[in-house]
Write a protein that binds this ligand. Structure first.
Ligand code: ZN
Length: 301
């Protein structure tokens, strides 16, 4: 058995995973705002205590970690969500826990988990995108993550889809995630509806679902959805034209909007004349492992 750790922007989840990819036992905690000042200690203490507890109960051979950010070698080079830079967490934990540790970007972990056990399990060549605050993902060819050498690679969210476009946190302009992340969609909807920044995803989903011509905001909401779908399909078809995956999977908070977005996205991809190789059907599906994808994917080599 292995231990998978999902280190999120606001939580830490640790699970014992068997060799069929099933979680046997799991424990998690929220990272409180006041703990952010002391984040390294909080992370290290929580992991060390709970992993030791699990290793006393189970025969553990390896530990895997999913981290939101850029991983170089075994080091967390940068994680904006956790406000960490050049953090050698693996080295610290290896010393204390005496277990081999692997570490990967969280979107890549989700991609591997969905590829092996989730929505993409019937295919050898897949593309997976996480649409949330930003856009992450991975390309899997013949059941292996695309090897990008010494650089992390697969920076799907930072593919440029508009020259001199909206400025991105990465310092470039026109990045895909500034147009097609769920954060962008939600913020654009909040703006046009003139509602608070705190309006939750569930409410926005209902607004889209119930949008009808009787609604005074009908046109504006439609325009935002249409623009979002167009931008998302541009990014996805660029990748499809390059890699020709058998299936595309989408995770992140997009999953909660599946009912109002997925079919429109599929139609746009098939009918917008962006695909180099035309086809009648396009295989696109949403993630099914939910919050467990990080833990499970962290344990897959
Ligand atoms: Zn960018």
């Amino acid at each position: 058995m292995k231990i998978g750790i999902d280190l999120g922007g606001s939580h830490i989840a640790i699970g014992v995973v068997n060799n069929l990819g099933r979680i046997q036992e799991k424990i998690e905690k929220r990272i409180l705002p006041k703990e952010k000042n002391n984040i390294k200690n909080v992370i290290e203490e929580y992991i060390i205590t709970n992993v030791k507890n699990f290793t006393s109960k189970y025969q553990i051979t390896e530990l895997g970690m999913a981290v939101p950010g850029t991983i170089e070698g075994k080091k967390i080079k940068r994680s904006v969500n956790l406000n960490l830079e050049n953090y050698n967490l693996v080295e610290i934990l290896e010393e204390k826990l005496e277990l081999p540790i692997i570490i990967k970007n969280d979107a890549k972990c989700a991609a591997i988990a969905e590829h092996k056990y989730g929505c993409l399990k019937d295919y050898d060549r897949t593309l997976f995108l996480t649409l949330g605050t930003g856009i992450g993902g991975a390309v899997i060819i013949n059941n292996k993550l695309l090897d990008t050498g010494e650089y992390p690679g697969c920076e799907i969210g930072h593919m440029i889809i508009e020259k001199d476009g909206i400025e991105c946190n990465c310092g470039k302009k026109g990045c895909f995630e500034k147009y097609a992340s769920m954060k962008t969609l939600k913020n654009n909807l909040r703006k046009v509806l003139n509602v608070s920044e705190k309006t939750r995803g569930e409410e926005l989903f209902e607004i889209i679902r119930n949008n009808s011509k009787e609604n005074p905001n009908y046109e504006e909401i439609e325009k935002i959805i249409k623009e979002y779908i167009t931008n998302l399909s541009i990014g996805i078809t660029n990748l499809v034209n390059i890699f020709e995956p058998e299936a595309v999977g989408i995770g992140g908070s997009f999953v909660f909007f599946e009912e109002v977005l997925l079919q429109r996205l599929k139609n746009e991809i098939l009918n917008s004349n962006l695909l180099f190789n035309k086809r009648e059907e396009f295989n696109i599906r949403t993630a099914i492992l939910g919050n467990d994808a990080g833990i499970i994917g962290a344990t897959i080599n």
